[in-house]
Design a protein around this ligand. Structure first.
Ligand SMILES: *[C@@H]1O[C@H](CO)[C@@H](O)[C@H](O)[C@H]1NC(C)=O
Ligand SMILES: *[C@@H]1O[C@H](CO)[C@@H](O)[C@H](O)[C@H]1NC(C)=O
Length: 199
């Protein structure tokens, strides 16, 4: 969401420069380098220390697509679409999407979380040597735990703690819809699901 807001701000800067009548957005002359992004819902993003950035969003076909931004946009980064890498058949229309990354001695990778059409909490994992894995064959993915989220819930968050090689994913469970639950991976894999918030 922040990324799209940034694009909007950049676009408005162009608009102000290109227009003789400030604030009249119908006078915008689009930049020749403008990259249209047809996202269905939210956009999730991660960046490593070099500024190399990936964004993830559901496109009009229902697939989750990833794109690369070579560096922060204000520093001259350019955008290149990569590919639709999560098939529409695995993705709930208008699913929330979140992503986390780390590039440390204990963990290097990207993880993307979303909901399946059956409301199963789903994960794709990127690792430097193997690329992305996910879908029904991915036994190490959170998807394999078969956790069902509350139908219609938009709650989804994810965190990584590289000191412990620990991942946490928060959501509203169909089994406990009155609270937030978390799945945890303490480095050895997903398990012990799920932990509801307690006072
Ligand atoms: C400003 O916007 C209005 C519509 O809101 C449009 O009719 C008008 O032509 C625009 N002016 C310029 C200079 O683009
Ligand atoms: C979720 O709710 C919608 C609207 O009531 C319904 O059409 C859909 O089948 C439900 N999905 C699941 C997986 O239960």
């Amino acid at each position: 969401m922040f990324f799209i807001q940034l694009l909007t701000v950049l676009y408005m800067f162009t608009a102000v420069r290109a227009s003789t009548r400030l604030g009249n957005s119908t006078a915008v002359v689009p930049s020749p380098n403008l990259v249209p992004i047809a996202h269905m819902g939210n956009v999730a993003s991660v960046q490593i220390t070099t500024g190399d950035t990936r964004i993830f969003f559901q496109d009009s076909t229902g697939a989750i697509t990833s794109g690369r931004i070579t560096a922060p946009i204000l520093g001259g980064g350019t955008y290149a679409p990569i590919r639709a890498f999560i098939p529409a058949s695995e993705v709930l229309p208008n699913t929330p999407i979140v992503t986390i990354t780390a590039n440390t001695a204990t963990y290097t990778g990207i993880r993307v979380y979303f909901f399946s059409p059956e409301n199963v909490l789903s994960e794709y994992i990127w690792a430097p040597t193997t690329g992305f894995s996910g879908g029904p064959s991915c036994t190490k993915c959170l998807t394999a735990q078969g956790i069902v989220v509350q139908n219609g819930s938009e709650v989804l968050y994810a965190m990584v703690n590289t000191a412990f090689n620990q991942f946490r994913v928060g959501f509203v469970s169909a089994g406990q819809p009155a609270t937030i639950s978390e799945a945890e991976n303490l480095g050895g894999g997903w398990g012990g699901c799920c932990i509801c918030l307690k006072a």
